[in-house]
Design a protein around this ligand. Structure first.
Ligand code: DOR
Length: 441
């Protein structure tokens, strides 16, 4: 008997957008942290019965806020990692609006190392575009990349100056790292809490039109054309933003975009249901039904190639402030996978293979990860999903420190039943492994 351990995941439906495989006939072997063709002779085999389950390669949520360092009452790298594992997510890209802003190589390394020490999810840090995300001086993008930054963004804030954006996009081309912009013309949104529509008027809340987003998206697209740079649009939500994206596609500019799950499942009528409860307060805000429909269509057409949560946890006391003072943000890591199934797969809008590309090959391309899914020899990062399980969102059960979501009480379809990273189970049947037991191989 050898001591070698092997895991056999048997009988599941393997859906692997990297290899364009959707098959009931593929079993997955895991040996020494990697996907294997077969076990070594004499290996001790642990079999997992995956009948009725979907077997997916690592799901990536490329837009999360872990608040670490600096605002650890909202979330830490450890609690955020636990939330990811619980939600079936194997990799995240963390936004740099920490305190201080992740704008130095030392901070990028710190985030990366802390993520590895926790060992529950692969963390790809995003570095700031400008020093302190203040929009005045370009950060040292070259050194940030060397330290491990997979992308650059001032998310939470737009890169307001066109001149600065032009410079950043020019660097992105040479550095082969994408610029992710949070598009928002702040001179139009200043003081606004919600989308300017009927719900806002009924509640008397300060509001801004979606034109504020679309204007900057158009600017960014035109600058991507001018520079030949690499642009990714964070959380697009406005109808006219999608027209800019379509223009970029026609002209073969290097532009990609993501949608957030709350914009897929909800429109601004959710405000009438939740009234002055700030769980609906998010930036960009919940939009009218016409924009939601346009977004769903853009996903179906492949114009938007990523779904990312914009997981933005805040403390209960902060979200309990009056609507106008409460911070923007929704905790999304523990519902994103089910939201994608409920919004896109269950109604038959997209095939499972195309829909899962939005959390696998889509973000993989944007972050330049070059992984190959569940191909032999790849790290054994995977998620098992029960695709038919219906469950009701209960934020009290979140591992995240943020319990704020307008999806609370909603019935969603499909749930992760196990997450594996580097051959190790980080979650099984809702139970998250303890952090720091072993480093991810
Ligand atoms: O709702 C949001 N919250 N939108 C953002 O752009 C930033 C984020 C945060 O950091 O809380």
């Amino acid at each position: 008997m050898s001591d070698m351990q092997a895991i056999l995941i048997r009988g599941g439906r393997v859906i692997d957008p990297y290899r364009q495989i959707d098959s009931h006939d593929e079993d997955v072997w895991v040996v020494e942290g990697r996907v294997a063709k077969a076990p070594p002779t004499g290996a001790d085999v642990m079999e997992v019965d995956a009948r009725g389950l979907w077997v997916l390669p690592r799901l990536i949520d490329m837009h999360v806020h872990f608040r670490d360092p600096g605002q650890t009452w909202k979330e830490t790298i450890e609690t955020g990692s636990r939330a990811a594992a619980h939600g079936g997510i194997g990799a995240v890209a963390t936004m740099p609006n920490t305190v201080p802003v992740t704008d130095t190589p030392e901070l990028v390394e710190w985030v990366k190392n802390r993520g590895e020490a926790v060992g529950l999810v692969r963390i790809f840090p995003i570095g700031a575009v400008t020093v302190g995300s203040q929009g005045e001086e370009l950060a040292d993008l070259f050194r940030l990349k060397q330290a491990g930054a997979r992308a650059f963004s001032d998310d939470g804030l737009p890169v307001a100056s066109s001149r600065m954006m032009r410079a950043a996009l020019t660097y992105s081309r040479d550095l082969e790292r994408v610029i992710i912009n949070h598009a928002e013309d702040r001179s139009l949104t200043d003081g606004a809490s919600v989308h300017e529509g009927l719900a806002a008027h009924r509640l008397g809340l300060p509001a801004a039109p979606e034109t504020a987003e679309a204007m900057m998206v158009w600017r960014d697209v035109l600058l991507a054309g001018l520079t030949g740079g690499w642009l990714h649009l964070a959380h697009v939500s406005a109808r006219e933003s999608l027209e800019a994206l379509s223009y970029a596609r026609q002209h073969q500019y290097r532009v990609t975009a993501e949608a957030a799950p709350h914009h897929l499942l909800l429109n601004d009528e959710a405000l009438l249901r939740w009234q002055y409860d700030s769980v609906t307060k998010v930036n960009p805000p919940l939009r009218p039904e016409s924009s939601r429909q346009a977004l769903l269509k853009a996903l179906k057409q492949g114009l938007v190639n990523v779904v990312a949560s914009d997981h933005a946890p805040h403390h209960l006391d902060e979200k309990a402030l009056p609507y106008v003072q409460a911070p923007f943000g929704i905790s999304g890591l523990e519902t994103i996978l089910s939201a994608l199934i409920t919004a896109l797969i269950e109604p038959g809008l997209m095939t499972a293979l195309d829909a899962w590309a939005l959390m696998t090959t889509g973000p993989d391309q944007v972050l330049g990860l070059h992984s190959q899914g569940l191909a032999e020899g790849e790290p054994a990062d995977l998620t098992l999903i029960n695709p038919t399980r219906k469950w009701q969102v209960d934020p009290a059960a979140f591992y995240s420190l943020g319990h704020n979501t307008p999806l609370a009480g909603m019935k969603l379809t499909g749930q992760a039943v196990a997450t594996m990273v580097g051959g190790r189970w980080t979650m099984r049947e809702g139970e998250v492994a303890y952090a720091g037991l072993s480093e991810i191989s």
